[in-house]
Design a protein around this ligand. Structure first.
Ligand SMILES: Cc1cc2nc3c(=O)[nH]c(=O)nc-3n(C[C@H](O)[C@H](O)[C@H](O)COP(=O)(O)OP(=O)(O)OC[C@H]3O[C@@H](n4cnc5c(N)ncnc54)[C@H](O)[C@@H]3O)c2cc1C
Length: 432
């Protein structure tokens, strides 16, 4: 019978960071169901290309986690300034759209600027809390920016009615220009430095998976291929598929919160009902390897309905090492509300879209492809989430069981935040 002081479910960045903090201090096991570490921050090799689960760039904000991540990568790291753009109305304009309208046709530009000034002048107060996205964007950015970018882009990404999507996630992710920046941006002054992702770090070699691999090498308790199927917190037992029980004193969860509660036998009915109300979208990433691409873009946003994808990027512009000589690699992101995507017709529509915006000249440039599916990609912010999380978290707190990471905590967060939460959960556990 396998026994441990601490069982960590999931060997993504949150689980690996918790493991790092426990190493040498507490006996622990990280149970990871896949045969590789990293969770979403992993890299798959195919035909000489290294493909991530879409662009995974390191946006570092906090000293302790930045140090940990940069130490783990050592010399295998570059720092880049973003080349991100929006493609709308058959034109490219720099990202963020709201501060760089110069690339848009005159009519669109004037609708956006006048709408913004009108909204700014009205200084509308937030409505009932939590405010919904469709109202928030019109109140903050006005009608034009909302209609030409915010509404179509977010509808495509979230795959959820924007009249019900709430806005707690917006502050760190949606850049908020000042009125003078909107006006100057419309006349061609490029507004640099807006948003969380103006500069980023990325591994020189090995794709983003290099980070998880570096952390995993230092983790004595990581066990791959162990999928927790059910557990009982009171009894301190987790049942692992094709393996048997693991007995634990304490548990840290990083698997998706809805699944975690569903498999926890002693979760009360009210907690199970709350978890069953949580929603998320699904993202399919089409990775392409192609010859003869000279574009310098890092990634682009596509609000238009003529494009099936909401974002597309060139991973080989983060690191040439991701593609063989003479080739480039693309990642193209398509979202659904959970429904299966018809990959063959999606691929035809993607290629048509890439040609329409000039990223590809011809489908014959493509030499490799790999679809990757992210079943739980963006958790949906809605009233149900706001009501469910306090119920679930109060119970988990009473059981001294942290549920952390992007999906364990059920939030829109980034790799560094998962690392931070892993360190914090382990520190708390070591204190008690
Ligand atoms: C499309 C997309 C693009 C993104 N781009 C960026 C970006 O550019 N920059 C950035 O910083 N972040 C980005 N992110 C977010 C980033 O992927 C996450 O914040 C981070 O990787 C989450 O790490 P985690 O450890 O919390 O969760 P995960 O990576 O999901 O790890 C959880 C682990 O638990 C394992 N697991 C699940 N259930 C079980 C079970 N029952 N038993 C055992 N193991 C289990 C899974 O296999 C997985 O390995 C992006 C996310 C998406 C969806």
């Amino acid at each position: 019978m396998l026994k441990t002081d601490v069982l960590i479910i999931g060997g993504g960045l949150a689980g690996l960071a918790a493991a790092k903090a426990l190493e040498g201090k507490k006996d622990y096991i990280v149970a990871e169901r896949e045969n590789r570490p990293g969770g979403l921050a992993a890299t798959v090799r195919k035909g000489g290309f290294s493909f991530d689960y879409s662009g995974h760039l390191l946006h570092l904000r906090w000293p302790k986690t930045s140090r940990l991540i940069l130490d783990a990568l050592g010399s295998n790291c570059v720092r880049l300034r973003r080349d991100a753009r929006v493609y709308a109305h058959k034109s490219w304009t720099p990202f963020p759209f709201q501060a760089n309208l110069a690339g848009m046709p005159d009519k669109v530009k004037s609708e956006c600027v006048s709408g913004f000034l009108k909204a700014y002048g009205a200084a509308g107060a937030p409505g009932a809390e939590p405010e919904v996205f469709s109202r928030w964007t019109r109140r903050v950015f006005g009608e034009g920016i909302s209609r030409h970018f915010m509404l179509p882009y977010n509808a495509k990404l979230w795959q959820y009615p924007l009249e019900r999507l709430t806005t707690e996630w917006c502050a760190p992710f949606v850049p908020m220009p000042r009125p003078e920046e909107v006006i100057e941006g419309a006349y061609g002054k490029k507004t640099e430095g807006l948003g969380y992702n103006t500069v980023f770090h990325y591994p020189k070699r090995g794709g983003i998976g290099a980070l998880a691999n570096a952390l995993a090498r230092r983790s004595g308790g990581l066990r791959l291929g162990l999928e927790v199927e059910s557990l009982n917190l009171k009894a301190g037992v987790a049942n692992v598929r094709h393996f048997g029980p693991i007995h634990f004193k304490r548990l840290i969860n990083t698997s998706p919160l809805n699944d975690f509660i569903a498999m926890t036998e002693d979760a009360p009915a009210a907690v199970k009902r709350a978890a069953a109300r949580l929603r998320h979208n699904t993202v399919y990433v089409l990775n392409l390897g192609a010859r003869g691409v000279t574009e310098t873009l890092h990634w682009g946003y596509f609000p238009g309905p003529e494009f099936p994808f909401y974002r597309a990027g060139l991973a080989s512009n983060f690191s040439k090492q991701l593609a063989p000589g003479g080739c480039a690699s693309f990642y193209i992101e398509l979202a659904t509300s959970g429904a299966a995507l018809d990959l063959a017709s999606a691929e035809t529509a993607v290629l048509k879209g890439l040609k329409a915006c000039g990223l590809l000249r011809s489908a014959s440039q493509v030499v490799e492809k790999l679809w990757l599916k992210i079943p739980c990609a963006y958790v949906v912010y809605n009233r149900e989430r706001a009501e469910a999380l306090p119920v679930i978290n109060a119970w988990l707190k009473s059981k001294k069981t942290p549920s952390i990471g992007r999906y364990g905590a059920w939030k829109y967060s980034f790799m560094e935040e998962s690392v931070k939460e892993g360190l914090e959960a382990a520190a708390l556990l070591l204190k008690k």
